[in-house]
Design a protein around this ligand. Structure first.
Ligand SMILES: *[C@@H]1O[C@H](CO)[C@@H](O)[C@H](O)[C@H]1NC(C)=O
Ligand SMILES: *[C@@H]1O[C@H](CO)[C@@H](O)[C@H](O)[C@H]1NC(C)=O
Ligand SMILES: *[C@@H]1O[C@H](CO)[C@@H](O)[C@H](O)[C@H]1NC(C)=O
Ligand SMILES: *[C@@H]1O[C@H](CO)[C@@H](O)[C@H](O)[C@H]1NC(C)=O
Ligand SMILES: *[C@@H]1O[C@H](CO)[C@@H](O)[C@H](O)[C@H]1NC(C)=O
Ligand SMILES: *[C@@H]1O[C@H](CO)[C@@H](O)[C@H](O)[C@H]1NC(C)=O
Ligand SMILES: *[C@@H]1O[C@H](CO)[C@@H](O)[C@H](O)[C@H]1NC(C)=O
Ligand SMILES: *[C@@H]1O[C@H](CO)[C@@H](O)[C@H](O)[C@H]1NC(C)=O
Ligand SMILES: *[C@@H]1O[C@H](CO)[C@@H](O)[C@H](O)[C@H]1NC(C)=O
Ligand SMILES: *[C@@H]1O[C@H](CO)[C@@H](O)[C@H](O)[C@H]1NC(C)=O
Ligand SMILES: *[C@@H]1O[C@H](CO)[C@@H](O)[C@H](O)[C@H]1NC(C)=O
Ligand SMILES: *[C@@H]1O[C@H](CO)[C@@H](O)[C@H](O)[C@H]1NC(C)=O
Length: 680
């Protein structure tokens, strides 16, 4: 019977199609990739669920915090005040759908928390000091029987791991929770949340998990643009119905909060997005909303996107400019650049006009990540301006206005001279917090000085790298500019700084201390990266304004802390793009204490992939990148002081063919394609 078979097949196809379509968020068009670019065993480290609809993994007792059942399991609430905690096992976010049956009238309360410390009848805080408590949502029922409840869209909870459900009744009613489905709101345009466009795998399982926790965090920060935090905040509870910007997906600072675009956060989040998840559409929409809200008279960008729309930060202004460079570097979206170029020029004038006679930037837009109303000749803003000018020079070429390349590079060079002259503390061997007399040697400016290459000698870089170790504790680096706090945001710059000068062991050590501490903390999400924590090993945040926020206000899924994701790919695997969209690339592995690493990422030109393994007193290195590209291999020489033997695709490279040594590395210029190198 041919016909029914065909119909059956058609029906299957239609069903399949329907279920695929439903896997994106509500009405969102599925524009994301449907498959991972690099299938392999490492996919088991991806935290993202395979379906947009997920259920809890287990049921905990609120009193003991212990697992009492897997889920589904006995989930009966009997009498007023009884409660159960549903643990999703990882960070999730979205809308909860409940099915239940009750024996009488009452209401169910739903409370959410990221950290386990705050399981209970009150949600963790997403308003901080700025509004009332989050409290709980309620599902009420007036009779016995079965019922369902779906959270209103407005009450979408962007980030949580634990859901406490409690019964409020003045009868002896009991309620059986029959089903809990969470409709995931993040990464709205992707039908397959695991379709990563990059990967990383190495001999160190903790580092692998840290890499994937950064990647998953970034996914939880890519949200539907109509689910931003509404401003002004509600006085009790929360409303996530604010409009964040254009498009179908946009990257915000955190899953739970603030749920607004923050360009400073993107300084870490975007390079990590590029090497892992690969959702650069969310980045483009986030940058665009900054251009859309630029002050047309002054050229200033907002500090944060709408509806929050905070103004008056010179540093975050510059992060939008650096973000524009990162986005165009990764995508070659020159159409986007042309569309915004006039505004970029205005933004450059706005900030460069603040450079004074000394040659230093005088910051007057005083908001910044750790400092409350300090600026002037601050070292960190000057480091960021240097990076802005250097990246601006490249952008000018891509924008078709190459005459600015020389202008901006020259300005960068004189800024570098001024920073080294006025901000460096020679007696201590690191940069001061600003050009004025101060004993504070901050983590941010010093890390950026190395990473952005503002240091004018390698001795200075080495001395800063050593001095940064003085801030370290067993659980991370305490940031002197925000005393008592450990900031995985600024530590993201610090690890890259150590890596960039070949201090591999220091970088890996700090990654394991800080991100390892959080990932293994049983009170955390065990799947994402945290915004910050306190020196004494508790969750919390001490603000620059001199007060402690409610400790539960901290975001446990904050992309600004995802630095190890880009750091491990760029420096340990060693693969990075240096020219537009990867037309030129670099492969410069750093082994540290690992025995192998591999990984890759994707651009419009195709897949870029590399791997290395230590072997026979040397190592094997291979790469597979698009044909037509060119690369620079920087091959560490393991045999100390001895010229190594190098084979490319089985053929020895004669010594005369090797043009130069950089540090202790041999540099080879190579073409794209698939090749294998042996170094002994
Ligand atoms: C989805 O689209 C339908 C039809 O256009 C509209 O009525 C509905 O409000 C939309 N839902 C959401 C969540 O945007
Ligand atoms: C289910 O849990 C309730 C509340 O903890 C308990 O009273 C009841 O005995 C349990 N039922 C079963 C079948 O385990
Ligand atoms: C019911 O439980 C709630 C929450 O635990 C509590 O606030 C309330 O006082 C209780 N009400 C009665 C009538 O016991
Ligand atoms: C929960 O309720 C919805 C809506 O009535 C229904 O479609 C679904 O099948 C129910 N799930 C369970 C497990 O009962
Ligand atoms: C987890 O939180 C509980 C409750 O706040 C606390 O007693 C415990 O020490 C914490 N554990 C860790 C490892 O921080
Ligand atoms: C239950 O009754 C209360 C009071 O009459 C009413 O406000 C509420 O909407 C009712 N809830 C449901 C689910 O019918
Ligand atoms: C969001 O919801 C709040 C509370 O209901 C409401 O006051 C506000 O107007 C809504 N905002 C938008 C953009 O819909
Ligand atoms: C970048 O895009 C432009 C305009 O589409 C194109 O001409 C150029 O070849 C692209 N560059 C690279 C490196 O792909
Ligand atoms: C920086 O600008 C402020 C405000 O315009 C001004 O008061 C201050 O003197 C300037 N400082 C320097 C070092 O130029
Ligand atoms: C841009 O300027 C730098 C520094 O002056 C120079 O090395 C480089 O060749 C210039 N690039 C172009 C394309 O003009
Ligand atoms: C310089 O830095 C110190 C330490 O952060 C700060 O107290 C002081 O106000 C700063 N001075 C200026 C002029 O910014
Ligand atoms: C950790 O430090 C914070 C801020 O100083 C303080 O409030 C808290 O009590 C401390 N916790 C522990 C366990 O020492």
């Amino acid at each position: 019977m041919a016909l029914p078979r065909v119909l059956g097949l058609l029906a299957t196809l239609l069903l399949f199609h329907t279920s695929q379509a439903q896997d994106c968020w509500k009405n969102t068009t599925c524009s994301g990739p449907s498959d991972t670019a690099f299938p392999g065993t490492w996919e088991s480290n991806i935290y993202s669920p395979s379906s947009r609809s997920v259920s809890p993994k287990s049921i905990l007792s609120l009193q003991t915090g212990e697992v009492i059942s897997s889920f589904p399991g006995n989930a009966t609430l009997s009498g007023n005040g009884s409660q159960l905690v549903f643990d999703f096992g990882i960070e999730v976010g979205g809308l909860v759908h409940l099915n239940y049956s009750s024996t009488g009238p009452g209401k169910l309360g739903l409370a959410f928390t990221e950290g386990k410390n705050w399981i209970g009848e009150w949600s963790d805080s997403s308003n901080g000091k700025f509004a009332g408590p989050d409290g709980a949502l309620y599902a009420s029922f007036n009779r016995s029987g079965t019922g369902t409840y779906t959270m209103p869209d407005l009450s979408l909870r962007g980030g949580f791991r634990y859901l406490t459900i409690f019964l409020v009744t003045n009868s002896s009613a009991s309620v059986e929770i029959k089903d809990i489905q969470l409709e995931i709101g993040f990464e709205p345009t992707w039908s397959n949340l695991r379709a990563y466009q990059g990967y990383f795998h190495s001999s160190d399982e903790l580092l692998n998990k840290i890499w994937y926790s950064g990647a998953y965090t970034l996914q939880t920060n890519n949200v539907p643009p109509n689910t931003g935090r509404q401003v002004p905040f509600l006085t009790t509870g929360w409303a996530n119905n604010g409009t964040l910007g254009p498009g179908d997906t946009i990257i915000v600072d955190g899953a739970k909060r603030d749920r607004a675009v923050w360009p400073g956060d993107m300084g870490v989040a975007v390079p990590s997005t590029f090497v892992s998840v690969g959702d650069l559409t969310a980045v483009k929409n986030a940058l665009q909303v900054m251009y859309d809200n630029q002050n047309p008279t002054t050229g200033a960008f907002p500090e944060a996107g709408p509806p929050l729309l905070q103004l008056g930060s010179d540093t975050y202004h510059m992060w939008t400019m650096i973000g524009s460079y990162n986005y165009v570097l990764y995508t070659n979206d020159t159409a986007w650049l042309s569309q915004n170029w006039a505004k970029y020029l205005l933004a450059m004038d706005f900030i460069y006009d603040k450079v004074g006679e000394s040659g230093l930037l005088n910051v007057t837009g005083l908001r910044d990540w750790a400092r409350w109303q300090t600026g002037f000749n601050g070292s960190e803003p000057n480091m960021i301006l240097y990076r802005t000018l250097i990246t601006g020079a490249d952008l000018s070429i891509w924008a078709g206005q190459p005459s600015l390349n020389a202008t901006w590079n020259t300005r960068a060079a004189s800024l570098k001279t001024a920073i080294n002259e006025y901000c460096f503390d020679t007696s201590y061997g690191a940069f001061k917090d600003n050009a004025t007399a101060t004993t504070l040697h901050p983590q941010d400016a010093n890390s950026m000085a190395i990473l952005f290459d503002v240091v004018d000698t390698s001795q200075k870089a080495e001395s800063i790298s050593s001095n940064l170790l003085k801030n370290w504790t067993p659980i991370g680096a305490v940031t002197p500019e925000l005393p008592g706090n450990i900031s995985p945001f600024i530590s993201s710059f610090e690890i890259q700084a150590h890596f960039s000068i070949g201090q591999t062991a220091r970088a890996l050590d700090l990654i394991r201390r800080c991100w390892g501490w959080y990932l293994n903390n049983p009170n955390g999400t065990q799947s994402t990266v945290i915004e910050g924590y306190l020196q004494n090993g508790t969750f919390g945040y001490r603000s620059s304004r001199g007060y402690d926020y409610d400790s539960s206000y901290v975001s446990h899924s904050h992309g600004w802390s995802s630095g190890p994701t880009s750091g491990l790919t760029t420096y340990v695997l060693g693969l990075s793009v240096v020219g537009l969209v990867g037309k030129e690339w670099k492969l410069a592995p750093q082994f540290g204490d690992l025995s192998f690493a591999e990984g890759g990422f994707t651009t419009g030109l195709g897949k870029f992939q590399a791997s290395w393994q230590l072997e026979g007193g040397g190592y094997n290195l291979s790469y597979n990148v698009p044909e037509g590209t060119t690369g620079q291999l920087i091959l560490p020489c393991l045999a100390n002081g001895k010229w190594p033997s190098i084979e490319v695709d089985g053929k020895p490279v004669p010594r005369t063919m090797i043009p130069q040594l950089v540090g202790d590395g041999v540099v080879l210029s190579v073409d794209g394609g698939e090749h294998a190198i042996e170094v002994r």
